[in-house]
Design a protein around this ligand. Sequence first.
Ligand code: ATP
Length: 320
Amino acid sequence: VKKIAILTSGGDSQGMNAAVRAVVRSGLYHGLEVYGIQRGYHGLLNDDIFSMDLRSVGDIIQRGGTILQSARCKEFMTPEGQQKGAEILRKHGIDGLVVIGGDGSYQGANKLSKLGINTMALPGTIDNDIAFTDYTIGFDTAVSIVVDAVNKLRDTMSSHERSSIVEVMGRHCGDIALHAGLASGAETILVPEMPHDMDEITERMKQNFAHGKRHSIVLVAEGVGSGEEVAKALTDRCPTLEPRVTVLGHIQRGGTPTPADRNLASRLGDFAVRMLIAGESDKACGIIKGELVLTDIDKVVNTKKEFNRELYELASRLSQ
Ligand code: ATP
């Protein structure tokens, strides 16, 4: 490959900018021409493509969001749209593309590779819902935002001996709730991967208060249902629990990326470029046990991420 392009797609996440920076600077370091595509596949189909240099990515490593902006693009879901995208890239002489995004964005990269464009996909989502990588770019920052929020809630909940329900993101994946729950000492963690029994949870909360606990934090992954639903289920069973609901929402997707996310993004971005140069295509870049790994995109999008039961059980044991 001689000319590569980069785009960010789907929901944004903290650390996407650090990944863009790594791809651009690593590409230039290796003598490639590097192009940015604005607004994901939507920008690709509108030929919104521009040349990037070392300075294009200055002062962004610490910024949330994505300077390339993101979008969802229906037209690109069609074979005609994909054909058009491949043609536009070819017109510019671009033979390598790095896509940063989630599952859907990966599938787009997979389609382009079948049309002769060398593609690499990087996991850019706070949800940590992508298989064949232990972590996605943005996950660590989202977890730290949730932990920070729970710390604050603990202060006020302890003063009033109340229970607090915190609804967090993650779509069908419970990883944000799990990791933030363990780190913040939440008493209860509800995730879509594990069954739960509201009667048992209510009983445990009552017992905890009876045994001197001054607060009770329930983290609810959105894949389970809303925080309000959980609050109602608890109140129906025990009105004195007086649960207060906090929905963190898009706050979880903003703010400066943690050092862990910046470093993950930097390593993965550089890896993607080196793998394109090595002749690889249609691959997802990930990190497993600290090692950079390549996996076929097809395999990644068709595999459900494994849930860490051990961590879940540990969190439960430690929150007695
Ligand atoms: P997030 O997980 O943050 O939502 P995502 O990448 O999964 O990110 P999607 O909206 O699913 O977000 O996908 C982003 C874009 O990728 C879509 O708008 C579409 O243009 C493209 N895309 C999604 N699925 C496919 C597919 N099956 N084939 C081709 N392109 C796709």
